[in-house]
Write a protein that binds this ligand. Structure first.
Ligand code: ZN
Length: 219
């Protein structure tokens, strides 16, 4: 794989930034793609730009405003509250078809730039109930992409079976813990690094980091 090229779906958050460091170690060349779907926080795109610039990664920003037009949600609209979703219900941050569309467009980009590999930070373990974060969906889409373009793409999901604590460990193993901690944006309220500390994304991120740092200290 070391001589191959990869395209990574990149949001500038903890997960995809950790995956970017992983991809840089795995592949000779990596290009990042960020989708602009009128995220509430324009800072997300700025953040992605700054990170790729600092790491010397070619960065594509693609307009996906159509997604917001079709499916307004808590990530794109100020008047929709972020809620965790009751038993059996999807959280208000779920955007139907998001990963289907993002990964399909990433596939088109990969075919254009001659990349065989597609990397995404989706994860089934910290399960927020998003059906398009499931491993079975990714495997199914991988087959579909290959059939649709007559290609041999391989979709990589380094975080699929690990939790937030293990994601911090992976960043640390890649020598990127401080980078990920200080330069990424995960917070639903648009506050970089450690975030607002109040929203579900901040809770998940902080708990994972605290657990990991605690374990590291005990080693
Ligand atoms: Zn937050």
């Amino acid at each position: 794989m070391k001589k191959d090229k990869a395209v990574i779906v990149f949001s500038g958050g903890q997960d995809s930034t950790t995956c970017l460091f992983w991809a840089m170690e795995q592949f000779a060349e990596v290009e990042a793609v960020t989708f602009d779907y009128n995220q509430r926080h324009r800072l997300e795109i700025e953040c992605a730009q700054n990170i790729t610039k600092e790491l010397g990664i070619k960065h594509h920003i693609l307009d996906m405003s159509l997604l917001n037009q079709l499916a307004p949600n808590a990530l794109t609209r100020d008047d929709i509250e972020v809620t965790e979703g009751a038993e059996g219900e999807l959280p208000s941050t779920f955007v139907p078809g998001r990963n289907l569309l993002f990964l399909s467009f990433a596939g088109v980009l990969a075919s254009q730039v001659g990349a065989k590999h597609i990397v995404t930070g989706v994860c089934e373990t910290d399960f927020s109930g998003y059906p398009d974060c499931r491993d079975i969906f990714i495997k199914s889409l991988n087959v579909t992409l290959n059939l649709s373009m007559d290609q041999g793409f391989v979709i990589h999901t380094p975080l699929m079976w690990i939790n937030k604590e293990e994601t911090w460990k992976l960043a640390d193993d890649l020598g990127a813990l401080d980078f990920v901690r200080e330069k990424t944006l995960t917070c639903y309220n648009g506050i970089i690094a450690d975030g607002c500390g109040e929203c579900p994304a901040c809770h998940l991120r902080k708990k994972g980091l605290d657990d990991y740092l605690q374990k590291r200290k005990e080693r």
